[in-house]
Design a binder for this molecule. Structure first.
Ligand code: DGP
Length: 112
């Protein structure tokens, strides 16, 4: 499968890793939009939120179970935002589900 994030998870494309476990890989976004901008992704390939099912949702749960550890490691004591883009209207550019963890500054109230 020709998937950029599968290649990053496999180490075929370098990334700045910040966390990994059996089910989850997290690395710095190449185009950070906040002082902390980490992408947290399941190792399992799920294209987008539209493809979450009862049989693969444990991979998504594992992402959220990793969030507190990633946020703590990044020093996000005052909060953070988690964003998932799904599909064209949301400008999803990489078709491997990923969750943007943004923080390290006061974020905008606007989310669109
Ligand atoms: P989205 O628009 O939600 O699909 O976000 C995709 C993000 O992936 C975007 O913020 C930039 C990031 N990105 C794209 N290519 C690479 C890459 O090769 N390495 C890293 N670290 N991030 C990438």
């Amino acid at each position: 499968m020709d998937c950029l994030f599968c290649k990053i998870i496999a180490g075929e494309i370098p990334s700045a890793k910040v966390f990994e476990n059996e089910k989850v890989f997290a690395f710095r976004d190449i185009n950070p939009q906040a002082p902390v901008h980490v992408l947290i992704v399941p190792r399992a390939h799920i294209a987008c939120a539209d493809e979450i099912t009862a049989s693969n949702s444990e991979a998504v749960a594992a992402v959220f179970e990793a969030v507190p550890a990633v946020a703590a490691a990044e020093g996000l004591k005052n909060g953070y935002r988690i964003v998932n883009n799904c599909g064209a209207d949301a400008c999803q550019s990489v078709k491997h589900i990923h969750f943007h963890l943004l923080g390290g500054k006061q974020l905008s109230e606007k989310m669109d």
